[in-house]
Ligand binder design. Structure first.
Ligand code: HEC
Length: 160
């Protein structure tokens, strides 16, 4: 009996390690790199030291934010990150029907998922996108976005 119990506990512990390990490891998810960045609107640029970020989204998301409507499923936000003028990486957020169901409540960012892509558009498998979500959750009041408040003042030149 004692043996059975400890074996069961060991199995449980191993399972717990597995579940925790699974949560902290990098992953692919439902985010897809947009078909063409040319179809996105580059609405703001953020500069910090040697870092330059071009932030862009779909025309549909631009319209939704301007008219204070929910951003529609299918929207991408892309942060193109340059270091000393060289493309370094892409940060992508994608909203999709049911995307939020992949995560539990503590991690969920509504129907947004996040991904880090290298310049060749492969996924950075060393990144755990729970980190992205945990930071962006502070922006829940603006649909998990940091720079959406710059969209209404965009008139053709990226807002800085
Ligand atoms: C420590 C906090 C933090 C983490 C972690 C973080 N972000 Fe962000 N993110 C920001 C801030 C702040 C901005 C606004 C731009 C800036 O100031 O650089 C931003 C902007 C963005 C944008 C442009 C849309 C917007 O919200 O304005 C995308 C896309 C984005 N992040 C994706 C990601 C992805 C993907 C990851 C994980 C690989 C990630 N972020 C991790 C803080 C964070």
């Amino acid at each position: 009996m004692r043996f059975v119990k400890s074996a069961a506990l060991a199995a449980l512990a191993a399972g717990a390690v597995f579940v925790v390990g699974w949560q902290v490891h990098a992953e692919t998810n439902r985010v897809r790199f947009p078909d063409s960045l040319d179809q996105l609107v580059h609405y703001t640029t953020v500069r910090r030291g040697n870092v330059t970020e071009h932030i862009m989204t779909t025309p549909e998301a631009m319209e939704a934010v301007k008219s204070r409507q929910p951003i529609p499923a299918g929207a991408h936000f892309v942060l193109v990150d340059y270091r000393d003028g060289e493309l370094y990486r892409y940060f992508v957020m994608e909203k999709g029907e049911g995307f939020g169901a992949d995560y539990d409540e503590r991690r969920r960012t509504a129907d947004w998922q996040f991904q880090w892509f290298w310049p060749d558009k492969s996924v950075n498998m060393d990144e755990n996108t729970a980190r992205c979500q945990s930071c962006h959750r502070s922006q829940a009041d603006s649909d998990f976005l940091y720079t959406a408040d710059r969209i209404p003042s965009f008139t053709g030149t990226p807002v800085e």
